[in-house]
Design a protein around this ligand. Sequence first.
Ligand code: SF4
Ligand code: SF4
Length: 436
Amino acid sequence: MTIQTNTLERESRQNKRFVSKQTQTAAKYLRRLCELSGAPEGMQPFVETLQRVYVDMLGIVAPYSRKRVGTYCVMAPQELIYAAGAVPVKLCSGNYTAFNIGDDIAPRDACPLVKAVAGFKQTGLMPVYEECSMMVVPVTCDCKKKVAGMLAQQCDVMTMHIPANRQDEDIDEFVRQLYTFAEKLETVTGNPITYETLADGFAKVGYAQRELSEFIRLKKQMPYLVRGTHAMAIMNAAAYMPADSWAAALHRVNVSLRLRAAAGQTVTSKKLPGILLTGSPIVFPNLKIPLLIEEMGGIVAADETCMGERGMYDPPVITDDSFDGMIRALANRSLRPCPCPTFADNKQRLYRLRQLIKDNHIQGVIYHVLRGCLVYDFEYKRIEEELGKLGIPVIRLESDYNEEDVEQLRIRIEAFIELIKLRQAPQKRTSLRTGF
Ligand code: SF4
Ligand code: SF4
């Protein structure tokens, strides 16, 4: 047997081990998701999408004639990608097995999200990565910058500079980058981006945003109609579904939730502490924190994370309906309202958190920090102070892409939920005395 045959056999064994471990983890998290009570009717297409990508390891469902463009941040406008006749695929990853491979490539203190991305690209085994004709990486932190360089060794990558501020001159510069992105998309797809195709891109994403805003409206209702962990899985599936298919599936969920509300049904008969989950992105299959919150007797009543509600929350506002006006609307939407901590001044995030707390009857905030994610960790102190002024308890939970920290997370989440229940107790006693 030659050295070359030995090497090929070893690689083949390693690949089989990788596929087996990564599918097992994804299947386990999907099972836990499905075992959680109260899943809305119509949830199946989202579960099937996550199963298809992570367990069956297949590509996205879209015509092969349409090129796939990988994105690594919500600030890369999907509308432009659709305008070029392509389909966007969000490639931020929450995969533990790919993380282990990336751990050997990236420095120890890099965040697990980029280690998982690097790991997937290294194996060349994930169709959603391999199918992409190009990738766009908005450079929002050092980890993203370095992973862009790694990806560029194997794929056509465009980086986008994200400014630290959002003054008019920053928006002008971002508009120029969007024009460069449009040209790049035209070259890769061979399709011109015209006024009509861009308007069509706005319509596709707009349909998804309308359904999402109705879903969020229903999600806010008290008593709660849907668990946040199910909602986060629905939003995660948006990464791998064309916007119109995702919106059509979400429409069916919205219909079922309206029926649930009309029939007086709720997701749980108990009054569970409503938790707001914020911080570093929570990407499938890394659903351990939302699952633990719900399994420990809380309810994820809202989230302020990028693979969750934030992903498509802000629609672009067109004040000038020329082609340039539409590009400018995308630039404004990407930067101005974005609560990402990559910006130097991030009052938007405080405003958004206050709004979510009020609208969703939040009793406690869990602030999630992926190990090595400095931008989110930096903002914790400020947010803790602000929440203190509102009398809302908050805990910071640091986690990594493995299951070694699960028990510690479980204990801390359980204690936090108990603390909220204790705080509720005097209110309950007052209500009993007053009869309200
Ligand atoms: S957390 Fe910031 S950098 Fe990451 S996807 Fe969201 S907006 Fe982009
Ligand atoms: S923002 Fe945080 S989680 Fe996202 S790539 Fe940067 S360090 Fe990683």
